[in-house]
Design a protein around this ligand. Structure first.
Ligand code: SF4
Ligand code: SF4
Ligand code: SF4
Length: 343
């Protein structure tokens, strides 16, 4: 219980299905969820629907909140999954707004476009958001689009999309957003965050409002199973080859995420493990600041807002130097091995 509450112990990450169900049973009151979709591909809904341990069916039906008899995540309103439409759907959102104060959660999937784009039922998405946000006691942005703009914000960004927190600032809505990025958002991240909110636990956030427990570490530094290859200077030159993915563009050295540990599709695998590079989708500035996706980081002048003048300091330089040193070490040890063989 305590472990779930502090959202972070490794043991919990392994067994969270069982622990989560136990924890949620302790929640006193039912929480009401409104899930809005803005400029999105709906991949985050699909990702959420692929939750395992607990699976979506359990989340919707059998993990009950306290003695309410109601399941943990059954949004009162969710355009993509609810059977209701038209005026009945409007009635659901109005009911959510009138629900119990102190227990209303707003989940937003997708970015917020400027006026005239992303119309739902004759109203711009930003108007829907503006309408419901004041009623929310907690706001969670799920997926890179809702957090920081994501793919729809890529240049030239013709619809002027931005993340929910940025929109709130512009619209004068004084509410903190919990950002759960990645493209798509990871179902574990969402379900555990929801549980912590319902349990009344304080979620420690980083400067981009991401829960530190999921996004507090650089994947490259602490979690990547390919790090030993990096340290030995063994790099894949093309996808599918053995070795660290740095030379095919891996942005793991500057991406704060636990993807390597948590994985996707029922904890089966993740981008780097299937032979691709990490393209930095957990970070603000994705995708523009992480392109080109398949080129090593050292060739990029503007990753994470560092201008060309900053190259030579900080992480980019450290990484470039690291790569060079590891490369040299690798060549040197290979030469030594060859010499040994010849003797
Ligand atoms: S974050 Fe990615 S998966 Fe989710 S809605 Fe945006 S583009 Fe789709
Ligand atoms: S560069 Fe990428 S693949 Fe290589 S160790 Fe770092 S995170 Fe892992
Ligand atoms: S490994 Fe990188 S690209 Fe893949 S989901 Fe995680 S942060 Fe995104």
């Amino acid at each position: 219980m305590k472990t779930v509450a502090v959202m972070g112990a490794a043991a919990f990450l392994d067994t969270y299905g069982v622990e989560l169900a136990k924890a949620i049973n302790e929640v006193k009151d039912y929480w009401h969820i409104c899930w809005l979709n803005g400029a999105a591909c709906t991949g985050c809904t699909i990702s959420f629907a692929q939750s395992v341990n607990p699976g979506l069916l359990e989340i919707f039906t059998s993990i009950l909140v306290g003695n309410s008899g109601l399941p943990i995540v059954l949004p009162d309103y969710m355009e993509t999954l609810q059977p209701a439409s038209g005026t009945l759907a409007e009635e659901l959102i109005n009911r959510w707004k009138k629900g119990s104060k102190g227990r209303r959660i707003l989940i937003v999937e997708g970015a917020v476009p400027k006026k005239g784009f992303c119309q739902i039922h004759g109203k711009d998405f930003y108007e829907h958001l503006q309408d419901v946000a004041p009623y929310a006691d907690h706001v969670i942005a799920f997926g890179a689009c809702a957090c920081f703009g994501g793919v729809p914000s890529a240049k030239p960004n013709p619809t002027g999309v931005r993340g929910v927190q940025e929109f709130f600032k512009e619209a004068g809505i004084n509410k903190q957003v919990i950002n759960i990025p990645c493209c798509p958002g990871n179902p574990d991240h969402l379900v555990i965050t929801l549980s912590a909110v319902m349990l009344g636990e304080k979620i420690e956030l980083d400067k981009y409002n991401r829960p530190k427990v999921f996004f507090g570490k650089l994947m490259h530094d602490d979690l990547c199973p390919y790090r030993p290859y990096y340290d030995r200077g063994i790099f894949a030159e093309k996808p599918g080859e053995e070795g660290c993915r740095y030379k095919i563009g891996c942005k793991g050295p500057m991406t704060h995420t636990d993807c390597a540990l948590r994985k996707w599709n029922g904890h089966l695998s993740y981008c780097v493990e299937v032979g691709a590079p990490c393209i930095g989708c957990a970070e603000p500035g994705f995708p523009d600041n992480f392109e080109p996706f398949y080129k090593p980081v050292a060739e990029l002048p503007a990753v994470l807002g560092f201008g060309p003048e900053k190259i030579g300091e900080g992480i980019l330089a450290a990484t470039a130097a690291g790569i060079a040193i590891h490369g040299i070490r690798h060549v040197m040890s290979k030469k030594s091995e060859d010499r040994e063989k010849k003797r």
